[in-house]
Design a binder for this molecule. Structure first.
Ligand code: PMP
Length: 281
């Protein structure tokens, strides 16, 4: 259906209280047509998010993938960002809703954080407490925290925010996970206080392929500000180098970092091309 022909109730629980779940997926143009990267993993996370939020979903992962392929074909899109949103029907109270809708749309979209290196600032906002919500779910309402952090950082002249968790450890960006490089090893915050990113999991696989030591552990702001380099990863952001956090500038130039090698591997992997020939020099 054409988006302008679609309609939904103004009394939906998602619109009023933020209880809905969504995904962000990318498709890439390849010689064999559009290739949807990790569609299964994204739709599994969508159904998991829905389950955690008590949202009924009438579609299986396989059906959702078929619908996505059809959406891209009908709109003749191949380099696309795909947005499935499960939204709830009418309910002005705080009780579960028995009917949900699927809004599946796609558009052509370039790199989310731009092609330059990011100048970040540690946000005064913390990621939501994992005992107050299901932080591992991609819930609509969680993004008010992301929007606050991002807006606040941009108002102070930075490109993007970086949020700490409630214990004061480095957590993630408003829409991306973070990795650090220190003494030729990679570090990333463990699961528990962050969205379990699908790109994060891919980068962990690629780091193993490259023979790089990858350590998942809580990272203090002091450790962050003595690291050699850092990068954001996400479906929209892909692999995006970070120039600085507040007034700390990462000393390695981006081209010389493990992140830059992983970015090249990632770009090949999403296209379904061979990425096994990389080595660290
Ligand atoms: N953290 C947050 C808060 C996000 O919104 C995203 C984007 N979905 C990510 C991390 C990265 O997740 P993924 O790699 O699955 O896109």
């Amino acid at each position: 259906m054409k988006a302008e022909k679609a309609s939904t109730s103004l009394y939906g629980q998602t619109l009023h209280y933020g209880n809905g779940v969504f995904e962000g997926i990318r498709a890439y143009e390849t010689p064999d047509g559009a290739r949807i990267f990790k569609a299964k993993e994204h739709y599994e996370r969508l159904l998991k998010s829905a389950e955690l939020m008590h949202i009924p979903v009438g579609w299986t992962v396989a059906e959702l993938i078929d619908l996505t392929v059809e959406l891209l074909e009908r709109n003749q899109l191949s380099n696309a960002y795909i947005r499935p949103l499960i939204f709830l029907g009418e309910n002005m109270t705080l009780t579960p809703v028995s009917d949900s809708g699927l809004f599946l749309c796609a558009w052509e979209w370039g790199k989310y954080l731009g092609t330059g290196l990011q100048r970040l600032s540690l946000s005064p906002y913390r990621r939501p407490h994992p005992l107050s919500c299901h932080i591992e779910a991609k819930t609509v309402g969680h993004y008010t925290n992301s929007i606050l952090a991002s807006t606040e950082a941009k108002k102070r002249g930075f490109d993007e925010a970086l949020l700490l968790d409630v214990n004061g450890f480095v957590a993630e960006g408003p829409g991306a996970n973070i990795f650090l490089e220190k003494d030729e090893k990679l570090y990333t915050p463990p699961l528990g206080q962050i969205l379990p990113g699908i790109t994060r999991a891919t980068i962990i696989e690629l780091a193993a392929e490259l023979g790089v030591t990858l350590i998942e552990k809580p990272i203090t702001p002091e450790e962050l500000k003595t690291a050699d380099s850092a990068f954001y990863v996400g479906t929209a952001a892909e692999v995006s180098g970070i120039k600085s956090v507040d007034d700390y500038v990462f000393p390695l130039s981006w081209e010389d970092t493990i992140g830059a090698v992983l970015a090249r591997m990632y770009n090949l992997k999403v296209m379904g091309q061979d990425y096994h020939h990389f080595e660290l020099v």
